[in-house]
Design a protein around this ligand. Structure first.
Ligand SMILES: *[C@@H]1O[C@H](CO)[C@@H](O)[C@H](O)[C@H]1NC(C)=O
Ligand SMILES: *[C@@H]1O[C@H](CO)[C@@H](O)[C@H](O)[C@H]1NC(C)=O
Ligand SMILES: *[C@@H]1O[C@H](CO)[C@@H](O)[C@H](O)[C@H]1NC(C)=O
Length: 446
């Protein structure tokens, strides 16, 4: 963390006005955090918490009386009930006695750092909440139904480590019905960046593509202080396989906060915290351009006659919950969700989400003329925001307090425990697929 971050923090009052300050703090936190995860830099005292810690007292009343009983009916009957469109993004987390479908003994597919139970997280309340949308009931995940609906299909998760987090949640839930076979794995360092699982009884393939910008990019490294993004070139690491995919889930965001240089055409568009003499253009428009290039490339390559249709889901930005210094024990100490009226999506979370929603709308309009595309957002920013209790925090590492409370401890307040709230993203994903099943694509170009 010896990078610009520390100077930037010291000098901030000189050149930052109040309007950009909250955003900057968010960004800096995320930068420290990402460095922490992706490069494992040593701790540095420069990242002291410089803003007030707010620890609102949460008073969660028992919500069980609000729990709508699940319709005890067959899938087809249920189908009718959900035909009216439901906005899954607005609602509340309510107490649930059932708990998750899987646990660390039943699922061996998850990345170690998400395995909060195995790593000794002492509380388990965070496992007993379910999302209650205001307008409808969100059914529990049904692994069989999911696999039946995507029978003979290939779903690709494309994006960053949050994409992988969602994929692992899905695989763990599906594994309760059918164990997938790992058929491909390409790891760089410790992490698998490209992998593919196969469910033979359903002929279903689920794959993971590491592409944190979706467009072509060179990731920063020891001798390259900035990421380099080529905003008008889709990242062929995933796009080259597009013809084999039936459904793509994009999940990106946090990598856009890092220092970077942006190129478009043959020229430099600008940069972000890059320390060079280029205009700092921020990252919202950059996220927009990256998404647009990627969604356009799908329309361009899959819009022709003779090509099968394709479904594209964009998981919206997931907020982090750092309340204090990322290297202190209580970085995301909450053990209960917020009530919906306690927290609203705002600031950077809101801007990132907005860009994603707008670009999906934009792609819908463009893709409409072909009839063989379905674009949708998986709008989880709000429900994720309400779950400060769902992150591994210090339990990203096994038994972090085994030798007593440490002064410095790595915390993960960005990713999600497995099992955990991220399982709900996939419950909504399943509802989306069910909805699509009832509204088949019409190929307008034949
Ligand atoms: C994990 O799930 C299995 C199967 O549902 C159950 O038998 C076991 O007790 C669970 N383990 C824990 C630690 O909850
Ligand atoms: C199996 O699924 C793939 C898509 O992943 C599809 O191309 C292929 O036709 C399917 N095979 C059968 C026998 O349906
Ligand atoms: C930065 O660029 C501006 C305009 O392009 C130029 O006037 C200035 O001298 C440059 N500063 C440095 C330190 O290179």
């Amino acid at each position: 963390m010896k990078i610009r971050t520390s100077n930037f923090m010291k000098d901030k009052s000189n050149f930052l006005n109040m309007r950009v300050l909250p955003l900057t703090i968010c960004s800096l936190l995320s930068i420290s955090l990402l460095l922490l995860y992706f490069y494992n830099l040593p701790f540095s005292p420069s990242s002291k918490n410089e803003f007030t810690q707010s620890k609102p007292i949460i008073n969660i009343i028992s919500q069980s009386s609000l729990l709508v009983p699940p319709p005890s009916s067959s899938y087809s009957e249920k189908k009718k009930a959900y035909q009216k469109q439901c906005d899954y993004s607005k609602g509340d987390w309510i107490k649930d006695t059932k708990g998750p479908l899987y646990n660390d003994t039943t699922c061996s597919l998850m990345k170690e750092g998400r395995n909060c139970i195995k790593h000794g997280r002492p509380d388990s309340d965070y496992l007993y909440w379910r999302w209650k949308p205001n307008e409808c009931y969100l059914p529990r995940f049904e692994p069989k139904t999911f696999l039946q609906l995507i029978n003979n299909k290939h779903i690709a998760f494309v994006g960053d480590s949050v994409a992988r987090n969602q994929l692992e949640s899905l695989l763990c839930m599906l594994s309760t019905t059918s164990i997938p076979k790992l058929v491909y794995k390409n790891s760089i360092g410790k992490d698998s960046q490209f992998s593919r699982w196969y469910f033979s009884s359903y002929n279903v393939t689920i794959s993971l593509y590491w592409s944190p910008f979706l467009v072509q990019g060179i990731e920063k490294s020891n001798n390259r202080p900035n990421n380099e993004l080529y905003l008008d070139h889709v990242d062929e690491k995933w796009a080259k396989d597009m013809d084999q995919m039936d459904m793509i889930v994009f999940s990106i965001g946090h990598w856009f906060l890092l220092q970077a240089i942006y190129l478009e055409g043959n020229s430099i568009l600008g940069c972000h915290y890059c320390g060079l003499n280029y205009t700092d253009v921020g990252f919202y428009d950059v996220l927009r351009k990256s998404l647009r290039t990627s969604l356009n490339s799908i329309i361009d390559r899959r819009g022709h006659k003779g090509k099968n249709g394709i479904d594209v889901v964009v998981t919206t930005f997931t907020p982090h919950h750092f309340e204090g210094a990322w290297d202190k024990a209580g970085a995301c100490p909450k053990t209960k969700p917020y009530r919906s009226e306690e927290k609203k999506v705002e600031g950077m979370d809101n801007e990132m989400r907005k860009v994603e929603v707008e670009e999906v709308e934009n792609a819908k309009n463009k893709g409409n003329e072909f009839g063989r595309f379905r674009f949708e957002v998986l709008d989880i920013t709000n429900l994720a925001l309400l779950r400060p209790d769902g992150h591994p925090g210090p339990y990203m590492n096994p038994f972090p307090f085994f030798n007593g409370v440490q002064e410095y401890v790595q915390n993960d307040c960005v990713h999600w425990c497995l099992p955990g709230p991220i399982d709900t993203w996939n419950e909504i994903f399943l509802e989306l697929i069910k909805k699509w099943e009832e509204q088949p694509r019409i190929d307008l170009s034949i």
